[in-house]
Design a protein around this ligand. Structure first.
Ligand SMILES: Cc1ncc(COP(=O)(O)O)c(C=O)c1O
Length: 366
């Protein structure tokens, strides 16, 4: 299979670990292991961490973790519906590469997290793009028109990276019904679901045939664990599991143990995130309001914002010029659209403030 480079990841590989102000991340602030242990406020956790058996785990994930994950879903108490993967990225890859074949069509939103469109395209399937409209988000009328082209699958992302748009429960129900009536597979990447004002609904609430993707990376600040999951029909999970036997076998034992603990403390973690998100989005909003060259639709959930700028400079050039000044942003072209960049506002507040000041000066000088 042809592999088109994942442009954002290639850019990050040259910049991410050297940037003074990293305002390109799509996750909430990460923890050190010590901070995480302190957060649990449970002396037994440290003991149990050191007692973790460092062998392979069950390929589908350790049962206690799968049970905690199933608790995030209203209708998914059966463990056979839950499959632990190496991040959401592995879940997405397994699903798209298993369920799509050359000549198929699939619906995907644009701008996009490149993986969601690229895996299918590289396989020889045709992407039917569902466009984000400024001020309106993703309109169901456009979705209905795309359905007329008889796609095999819909690859949804809600809350959406990079815009922060989130479908309402009513819209999700309509999307799920439209897919079910036509026998179209519905996959939903929901890695930002826990980063709204409340836990946002999953497509699993509206269709037992839909597949939801989740992760410890974005809403728990634990990307380094490399633990994600898919929740869906067992026969689809089985096909993905057969494929995964040839690559990674299972997620890391230590990672799964820490993920289990994080989910047990999820209310506390979500609360820390909500406060941080609220504080940081206000700073960002003020900066955008003060800068006539910038515009956005305020994100409803998640910690990324899709910011448009009125200038002809290519977004990759904006990315490199800001990087030279110490600030990392994610150029819009890596999400398929020029004249924008994605800004991550889930990190340390003081660093965000310092980075935004440099960014504001840059755009003021244009
Ligand atoms: C929409 C979306 N899905 C999946 C991923 C990958 O997440 P993970 O770290 O869980 O593999 C990302 C990371 O940026 C993302 O934004």
């Amino acid at each position: 299979m042809k592999v088109t480079p994942f442009t954002l990841e290639r850019f990050f590989s040259q910049t991410e670990f050297n940037a003074r102000y990293h305002l390109a991340a799509s996750a909430i602030m990460t923890w050190t292991l010590r901070e995480f242990i302190n957060m649990t406020d449970d002396p037994g956790f440290e003991f149990s961490l050191f007692a973790t058996q460092l062998g392979y785990t069950e390929p589908e994930g350790i049962p206690d973790l799968r049970r905690e994950i199933s608790g995030l879903y209203v209708n998914s108490t059966d463990l056979n519906n839950v499959f632990v993967t190496i991040g959401a990225i592995e879940a997405n890859y397994l699903l798209l590469s298993t369920l799509l074949k050359p000549g198929d069509r699939f619906i995907v939103q644009t701008p996009f997290y490149q993986q969601l469109a690229q895996v299918g395209i590289d396989l020889g399937a045709t992407a039917l793009f569902w466009h984000h409209r400024n001020g309106k988000g993703f309109e169901l009328e456009e979705f209905k028109t795309l359905l007329e082209q008889k796609p095999t699958l819909v690859m949804l992302n809600t809350p959406h990276n990079p815009t922060g748009f989130a479908f309402s429960p009513n819209e999700m129900r309509q999307i799920a019904d439209l897919c079910s009536e036509r026998g179209i597979l519905l996959i939903s990447d929901e890695v930002y679901r826990e980063l709204g004002e409340t836990l946002l609904p999953s497509v699993r609430e509206f269709s037992s045939q839909a597949i939801s993707i989740g992760s410890m990376s974005k809403a728990y600040g634990l990307a380094g664990l490399r633990v994600g999951w898919m929740v869906g029909p067992p026969e689809i999970i089985e096909r993905c599991a057969e494929k995964r036997d040839y690559t990674s076998l299972c997620a890391s034992a230590v990672g799964q143990h820490i993920a289990l603990t994080a989910l047990k403390h999820r209310t506390k973690i979500w609360e820390r995130n909500r406060q941080l998100r609220q504080r940081n989005i206000t700073l960002l909003e003020n900066m955008i309001n003060d800068n006539p060259i910038l515009r956005w639709q305020k994100p409803e959930a998640g910690v990324v914002a899709w910011i448009g700028y009125s200038s002809k400079i290519p977004s990759e050039q904006v990315g490199w010029e800001l990087y030279r000044r110490g600030v990392l942003i994610a150029p819009g072209i890596f999400f398929g659209e020029e004249g924008h960049f994605r800004l991550g506002f889930g990190g340390n507040t003081r660093k965000l403030e310092a980075g935004l000041a440099i960014l504001a000066d840059f755009f003021n000088e244009l």
